[in-house]
Design a binder for this molecule. Structure first.
Ligand SMILES: [Zn+2]
Ligand SMILES: [Zn+2]
Length: 137
């Protein structure tokens, strides 16, 4: 943690969009990334995201697979080959739906993270005037 060099502070080339830490050209982070400590915060949330995936992905996958299975049942009820194809398709749809749900969790978490601003969090803004009011009384 901390600053890398004086250039990071005195002649910054890039500014973290989340905590407004600055970096010089040599220490600049990738566009679309945040500073090291913010990226570490994001990495720390990985177990939370994994549990979110475990909660959301299986029911969603079962729903999609089951829906497809139900939709295609009347069409392929006749032949054994048709049933096998339908089963394979439903399985593939179930898996891809699960993977898709996991990706969605990742993508929305990343978008949320990039939109975060440590200085502009609503709870901090709301609490400040209230505590000040209580202190003056
Ligand atoms: Zn630097
Ligand atoms: Zn940052």
């Amino acid at each position: 943690m901390g600053t890398h060099c004086t250039d990071c502070l005195e002649s910054p080339a890039i500014c973290c969009g989340r905590c407004s830490a600055t970096r010089c050209k040599a220490h600049a982070f990738e566009p679309g990334d945040r500073c090291e400590s913010c990226e570490r915060d994001y990495a720390d949330e990985a177990p939370t995201r994994r549990s979110a995936k475990l909660i959301f992905a299986p029911p969603f996958a079962v729903l999609v697979g089951g829906l497809l299975f139900g939709l295609m049942l009347p069409v392929t009820a006749g032949g054994a080959i048709g049933a096998a194809v339908m089963c394979a398709l439903a399985c593939a749809a179930t898996i891809s739906a699960g993977v898709g749900a996991c990706r969605l969790v990742d993508r929305s978490a990343r978008a949320l993270f990039l939109r975060q601003h440590a200085t502009g969090l609503p709870p901090a803004r709301l609490l400040a005037p209230r505590t000040r009011l209580r202190l003056t009384r």
